[in-house]
Structure formats: structure tokens, C-alpha cells
Write a protein that binds this ligand. Structure first.
Ligand code: IVH
Length: 662
């Protein structure tokens, strides 16, 4: 057991890793590898003082950091402009030719992962960092070291920074999701989120277990190495032992770019990893310099994005659901099919006009995709696949639940069941009343409401507060023990104290959402004041338009609603706003925020509540009017959009700072 032997083993194993993972050309068997690794582990355990940073045993993870250090990029990590079709690709090419350049282009796959920067000193890996906001990233060295294709030592002892993409293979993502499914955990929607979530872990054991991989595609400082073209830079990085993508192709014109896009558009499904487009880069470094940069993008490169993935399946049926307001929605029942990582069996068809415009027929083969990569959408019927047996769509005339005739208001597209006694509408209303954002009654879930409704224990809101009268009958029910009924009755009792905005939202006044309810509760302080407000007074409130105002007036004008509210009052339900008063803070007042990703220090609800309390607003979509985007773990496309629009990005730490600055 000697120090020399340890160095020898490190070299053998690092070389074997490189041959196996980067070159895909194994030089020793798995058994030999394991034998050497065990020998090395034994030496390191016996002589911890000899341990080397570049030992392959470091790949298994185990280093836990307390928080992510910031890394300022010497050269900013820029993003890429996007093009979506041939016309835009031609325009990109023309802009370049206008500068008197006759370019050669490198076409590369746009890997769906997250970008990273690797720094080597004297040929040794020193840091790995995320892109962050492009200027400042996070130090993820501990996790990067678990990626087997990131060499600890380059084949030359040089100082260099290289950039590339960390990704998770399709196989690894599928296996990870299988496990998550078995544990009832939410599934990861795509490879990018999966990779991003893995490198944002403090404990490197987690990243190690995620089997991440990388492709290196950018050398920020080519001139320092006497390199004149991007393709030379790729060859050089490959020679250093870094993993570069073999699919890269040099082309001479737009036709060449289009060929590459067509080829990989058809073959992307055969690649072992996800790509979401093709990156086009001017090959000559001198020409790149001439073209220069905008504030956010290089002008010498662009990313062509593939259209959202579309998959064919059969439209088995169209069924109708009744919402809380009586609105009837047609829904597609589909032969279950996998789209962009999840199984789709249902998709909303919105309304009659939507179905007729697409001429969807039951039995049709339809193409579906995920809009914004999340909500499933039926794109079109494949008319050429029709057999003649398909059944044309027929809008229903009567409520599928109560059978009452359906109405459509003039100028509107939706049909409504207007039967005040329609059980489904009532039930949906009750489910809404007890829901988390309304009265938040623990233990009164959808299924229990359905049971109690069918058993006629509750048919209107106030009946919920009379459930105690049925205590004995309830405890006799199968599946409801005494303890659970007591807990439920207690939760109902506790809900009586809720601040007004919960009740107001829970009543289900059409067009009064959670935010409007809160704003009205803060403004009027008790329900009587709001009930006395005139139409004019309501429309004078910012954010309350004629539709909301009319809805509120109509609701409180109905005698059955007045009676129900009086009944609730008698039962002791609080009718006043007891929440905190708005304390205006300049960091938040009159500003709009968007939250994306998973927050770790606060819940989303807490952050929203706090922002509102300080005079700000939250919104679900990013626009030029957004003041800042608050980014948690695994941020979605809102993060990209914010970067594209140059909107300030706040981490949770930034948010905390701003909260503190009160
Ligand atoms: S080049 C200055 N090449 O796409 C050049 N980016 O939408 C910087 N990406 O932030 C990037 N594959 O995370 C480049 N072959 C590739 C890429 C690639 C994926 C990502 C990268 C970048 C994003 C821009």
C-alpha cells in the first residue's frame, strides 16, 4: 500500500472513465474497474491524509455544502436569440451577409439541459458554475464533480474556461420518474427541470445518484489559444478530454442549415437525450467579432426551436362537465398517450365553437400537444385518416346532470345550466366553499362533500355549520370514525373565525376571484359595507370593471343569497376583515411580481400574501410590465422569458433582503 500505487490507480481509473464515458470505448472490464476502485478506496481510507481532489472516488458525491456561493463570470454567459421558421433563419443569414460576410455555419444540437461553465487551472478542474443571470452564477463544483464525463484533469496542463450543457438522458429521467411515481411524488416534466433540480442540491450524493451528463460546446476565449474557428475550438476541447457532440455539422448556406434541422427534426426521437432545437453559429471567430453582441445575445449565433411535440391518438368520446357557475365544458376523452413526458387521456375542448371550428368527430385520429409544454391541447383532426364511421360532434341541449335546458347568453360562446337546484352546481359550489384558498376546512375534501351531499346532510353552505346535528349519523357511516368526525367538526368550528376575504371568495360570486375578494375585504372591512356599495362606487375601484361590479350587485340582490348570508351570520361566521393591514413598502408598492420554480424558504402562498401586504401584486405571466421575477428551484419558461425581456431576477435571498429592507 503505497502513495505511488494510489497515484497509479487514480490515473488508471480516470483514464478508464474517460474511455468509457466520453469516448464510449471501454478499455477495461467492469470487474477490473471495480477491483481497482476498491483497492483505491482501501488506500484512501487507511491514509485519508493522502486523499487527492482528482480521485475518481470523489465522483460518488458525499460533499454537502451549506449554501451556494456566487461566482461572477469573467465573461458574461449570454443566452441565444430564437428563430422559429425558415423565414426567420433566412433573415438571420441576410443580416450577416449585409455585413459583407459570406459565412460558414456550425449547426449543433440544442441540448435541453442547463448551461454550465467549467474552469481549469493548470489542467485541473477548479470550479463548475451555473449560468445564473448570465453575470453571476452559482458555484456547483461539488455536483459537477459527480458527472463522469467532466474530467478532473485535462490532457494539457493549461488554464482554460469552457462552457456546455448539463443534461439528463431520457433513460435516466424515465427511471427517476418511475421511482417518483412509486413514491407518490410529483413527476419531473422534462429533462431540463430534472437536470436543473439535480445540480441545485446542496448534497452532492443526490446529483451523483441522478447520473447527469454533459456536452461541451463553447470556448469563450478562443484567441488565447490561437484558435481561429469555432470548429477548431470544438476539436481542441475534444483533444483536451472534454466531451463534445459528434452530431455537429459545418454547412455553407441556409440550405445546409435547413437540411440539418430536417434531419434532426425527424431523428431527435432516436437520440438518447432530449433536444429542443438546433443552434446555428458563425464558424469564423473573426467574423463573430465583426458581428458582435447585443446586450443579451451574440449576433453571430441563434437558436432554432422545434415546434412543440405533437402526437397522434384516437378521440374516443366527447363528454361534458358542469362547472361551479353552471358552465358546460366539452372534454376530449383520448386513447391514453405519452406526450412530452406524461400520459394524456383528457383535454379540454373549451366550448362548442372550438370543437366545430376544428370539426372534431368522435372516432377521429387527432394530433395533440402540450401548450406551453404543460396543458394538453387537441390540435386538429387528421381528416385523411377518417374511415367514414366517425360521429360528428353534437352540442348537448340539456344539462348532463339535472337534465334542465341549457342557455347561451347572446354574444357568448358558453352554454350554462341555469337550474338553481342543479345538484352538480351546488356540489361544485360547496367544494369551492371549503377549498384551501376559500374557507380551508381541513378534512372536508371533494369526496366527503359528494357523500354528504348525496346523503342529503348538506345541500347549501349553511348546512355545513349544522353538520354537528348529524354527529351520530355521521359516525355510523362506513369509513368515518368518531375521531375523524370530531376533527372535522372542530375544523368547521375553527373556520368560523376566518377573515372576510375567505368567506367572500368562498361564496363563489361569479368573477370574484381570490385576489378581488382580498382587495374588497381590505377595502370594505365588513360584508355589510360591501353589500351596501353601489355599482358606481364599485366601478371606481381600480381593478374592478363593469363585469365584476355587476356580478357583485346581482349576487347580493338575490333574496336567497341574502337569506343565506343572514343565516351564516346567525351561526357565528365572522363577517369582518381580520387580516393584517397593508404596510406599504417601496420595494413592493404598486409593483407586479411573478414567481417561478419551487421555493425553499417560503411557500408560494406566503410570498404572495407578503407581497400583497406590502402593496404589491403577483401575476402568473411575465410581461414587460413585470417588476421582477422571483426564481426558486427548477424554474420554468417564465425564467427564460424574464431573461429575454431583461426583467430583474430575484433569488429567494434577494426576496428576503427586500422584505428586510422595510
Ligand atoms: S451556445 C454564446 N450551443 O441554449 C453562446 N447553447 O437558448 C452560448 N444550449 O443558454 C450558447 N445547446 O444553455 C449553445 N449547442 C449549444 C447549446 C446551447 C443548448 C443552451 C444554452 C443556452 C441556451 C440558449
Amino acid at each position: 500500500m503505497s502513495k505511488e500505487r494510489m497515484f497509479e490507480l487514480i490515473e488508471i481509473l480516470n483514464e478508464a472513465n474517460y474511455n468509457y464515458y466520453v469516448l464510449d470505448e471501454p478499455t477495461i472490464t467492469d470487474q477490473e474497474f471495480d477491483k481497482y476502485l476498491r483497492e483505491l478506496i482501501t488506500i484512501e481510507e487507511t491514509h485519508p491524509e493522502w486523499a487527492q481532489e482528482d480521485s475518481p472516488t470523489k465522483r460518488v458525491g458525499g460533499q454537502v455544502i451549506e449554501s451556494f456561493n456566487k461566482i461572477i463570470h469573467d465573461i458574461p454567459m449570454l443566452s441565444l436569440s430564437n428563430v422559429f421558421n425558415e423565414e426567420e433563419i433566412r433573415a438571420f443569414d441576410e443580416r450577416i451577409r449585409k455585413e459583407g460576410i459570406n459565412p460558414q455555419y456550425m449547426c449543433e444540437l440544442k441540448i435541453d439541459g442547463l448551461s454550465m461553465s467549467l474552469k481549469y487551472k493548470d489542467g485541473k478542474l477548479v470550479t463548475g458554475a451555473t449560468r445564473g443571470d448570465g453575470v453571476t452564477g452559482e458555484d456547483i463544483t461539488h455536483n459537477v464533480k459527480t458527472i463522469k464525463t467532466v474530467p478532473f484533469n485535462l490532457k494539457e496542463k493549461i488554464d482554460i474556461e469552457v462552457r456546455g450543457e448539463i443534461y439528463m438522458s431520457k433513460k435516466t429521467l424515465a427511471a427517476l420518474n418511475e421511482k417518483r411515481k412509486a413514491n407518490n411524488e410529483p413527476l419531473l416534466q422534462n429533462a431540463r427541470n430534472a437536470a436543473a433540480g439535480s445540480v441545485r442540491q446542496l448534497d452532492s450524493k443526490i446529483a451523483a445518484s441522478r447520473n447527469l451528463d454533459c456536452w461541451i460546446y463553447h470556448l469563450p476565449n478562443p484567441e488565447d489559444y490561437g484558435i481561429k474557428t469555432h470548429s477548431e475550438a470544438i476539436d481542441y476541447m475534444k483533444k483536451l478530454g472534454l466531451k463534445t457532440n459528434p452530431c455537429n455539422r459545418l454547412v455553407d448556406d441556409v440550405e445546409g442549415i435547413l437540411d440539418f434541422i430536417k434531419y434532426y427534426g425527424e431523428h431527435r426521437k432516436d437520440l438518447p437525450y432530449d433536444i429542443d432545437g438546433v443552434v446555428i453559429k458563425v464558424n469564423s471567430i473573426e467574423e463573430q467579432k465583426k458581428l458582435g453582441y447585443t446586450a443579451k445575445y451574440p449576433k453571430w449565433a441563434t437558436a432554432y426551436k422545434f415546434p412543440a411535440e405533437e402526437v397522434l391518438t384516437k378521440l374516443k368520446d366527447i363528454i361534458f362537465t358542469v362547472g361551479r357557475t353552471g358552465q358546460i365544458t366539452p372534454n376530449a376523452v383520448l386513447e391514453p398517450v405519452l406526450v412530452a413526458g406524461s400520459t394524456i387521456a383528457r383535454a379540454t375542448l373549451h366550448n362548442e365553437d372550438y370543437v366545430l371550428a376544428k370539426d372534431l368527430r368522435i372516432g377521429d385520429i387527432v394530433s395533440i400537444r402540450k401548450a406551453g409544454d404543460v396543458i394538453p391541447e387537441v390540435v386538429e383532426a387528421k381528416v385523411e385518416r377518417r374511415t367514414g364511421k366517425e360521429k360528428p360532434f353534437q352540442m348537448i341541449t340539456n344539462c348532463p346532470i339535472c337534465g334542465d335546458f341549457l342557455y347561451k347568453k347572446e354574444g357568448q360562446v358558453d352554454y350554462y345550466c341555469m337550474n338553481p337546484l342543479c345538484p352538480k352546481i351546488h356540489m361544485e359550489g360547496l367544494i369551492h366553499f371549503v377549498s384551501r384558498h376559500a374557507m380551508n376546512i381541513d378534512g372536508l375534501g371533494e369526496r366527503i362533500i359528494e357523500d354528504f351531499f348525496n346523503l342529503k346532510f348538506i345541500s347549501k353552505i349553511s348546512d355545513i355549520y349544522h353538520l354537528d346535528r348529524h354527529r351520530d349519523a355521521l359516525t355510523d357511516l362506513e369509513g368515518y370514525g368518531e375521531k375523524s368526525i370530531d376533527n372535522l367538526l372542530n375544523a368547521i368550528e375553527v373556520s368560523k373565525k376566518n377573515s372576510l376575504e375567505r368567506l367572500l371568495f368562498g361564496l363563489g360570486i361569479p368573477n370574484v376571484g381570490e385576489k378581488t375578494a382580498k382587495m374588497l375585504a381590505q377595502r370594505y372591512e365588513n360584508l355589510d359595507h360591501l353589500m351596501e356599495a353601489s355599482y358606481e362606487e364599485l366601478t371606481n375601484i381600480p381593478d374592478v370593471g363593469p363585469i365584476i361590479a355587476k356580478s357583485i350587485i346581482d349576487y347580493f340582490a338575490k333574496s336567497e343569497n341574502q337569506e343565506e348570508i343572514n343565516h351564516l351570520k346567525e351561526l357565528g361566521i365572522n363577517m369582518t376583515y381580520t387580516g393584517p393591514k397593508i404596510e406599504v413598502n417601496d420595494n413592493f408598492a404598486n409593483k407586479t411580481f411573478v414567481i417561478t420554480g419551487t421555493l425553499t424558504k417560503y411557500t408560494r402562498d406566503e410570498v404572495e400574501a407578503k407581497i400583497e401586504l406590502l402593496g404589491g401584486k403577483t401575476s402568473s405571466s411575465v410581461s414587460r410590465k413585470t417588476s421582477a421575477v422571483i426564481v426558486g428551484e427548477n424554474p420554468g419558461s417564465k425564467y427564460d422569458k424574464a431573461q429575454e425581456l431583461g426583467i430583474p431576477i430575484w433569488s429567494e435571498d434577494d426576496l428576503e433582503e427586500n422584505f428586510k429592507g422595510m
